[in-house]
Design a protein around this ligand. Structure first.
Ligand code: ADE
Length: 259
């Protein structure tokens, strides 16, 4: 990463972006491609914060603009996800090691899940950035009761949130059924992929960052188990828990980022 280049912080939900903007003293709002980008400082580090919107196209457009129009030298995505891996519970955090599109299927021309003409299904996140992000997440989770507030965690049954690292699967679908989630995971497992979480943006951002040679990392707070009750309390969870996690973890991450 170029030392002077800003870190793009891409949030999926308005509440998460709001929590970050509250911690930026000097942001300047610039609209591009129908999105508001906020260029300024967070923890003394140059950043550009932006709301991606939901879905793979929105994420790809946002990442492209962050890199091309705002000169981002690294991209950090923060959002929520449905936990599908064993032991991945509501209130846990997943830092992606790699991301794939679970709805990419150009078979029989290309193997299922492979992005045609790239020769790969999973796009690895930057190891150094993800390591720093995981360290920041671990520190916040270890002290979640104090840093986030027990009164915000208790209504969602969150007691001892854990950090997980591994594969994240993205697709243009909110997975909201146990049978749907099982079928999706079984098909992925057949191809040798074992996701911890499902969401709707990460793999698109990963592909764009790979195309531009820009390092990236993805942080996901688990808001649901991608089952029949996935939609219950979703917005309340983002407001009460995920936005607080995001602000605490991203601020720590940025503070630990050199340049
Ligand atoms: N983001 C949060 N929960 C999700 C789910 N169940 N499916 C897709 N994206 C999500």
């Amino acid at each position: 990463m170029k030392p002077a280049a800003p870190v793009a912080i891409v949030a999926a939900m308005h509440e998460e972006l709001r929590a970050l903007l509250d911690a930026m003293p000097d942001e300047r709002r610039v609209v591009r491609g129908g999105r508001a980008f906020y260029a300024g400082h967070l923890e003394g580090r140059e950043v550009v914060a932006v709301l991606s919107g939901i879905g793979k196209v929105a994420a790809a457009t946002t990442a492209t603009l962050a890199i091309e129009a705002f000169g981002a030298g690294a991209v950090l995505f923060t959002g929520v996800a449905g936990g599908v891996g064993e032991g991945v519970r509501v209130g846990d955090v997943v830092v992606a090691d790699a991301l794939l599109q679970h709805d990419m299927d150009a078979s029989p021309l290309f193997p299922r899940y492979e992005v045609p003409l790239t020769g790969r299904a999973a796009f690895p996140a930057d190891a150094a950035m993800s390591g720093r992000l995981a360290a920041a997440a671990a520190a916040v989770l270890a002290d979640a009761g104090e840093l986030i507030g027990r009164e915000h965690l208790a209504p969602f049954g969150i007691e001892a949130p854990r950090l997980h690292r591994g594969l994240v699967a993205s697709g243009d679908r909110f997975v909201s059924g146990a049978a749907e989630s099982r079928a999706l995971c079984a098909a992925l497992a057949q191809a040798g992929h074992l996701p911890l979480a499902v969401e709707m943006e990460g793999a698109a951002l990963a592909q764009v960052c790979h195309d531009f040679g820009v390092p990236f990392a993805v942080l996901r707070t688990i808001s649901d188990r991608a089952d029949d009750s996935a939609h219950v309390d979703f917005l309340a969870f983002i407001r009460e828990v995920a936005s607080r996690y995001a602000a605490a973890i991203v601020r720590r991450f940025v503070a630990a980022t050199g340049g």
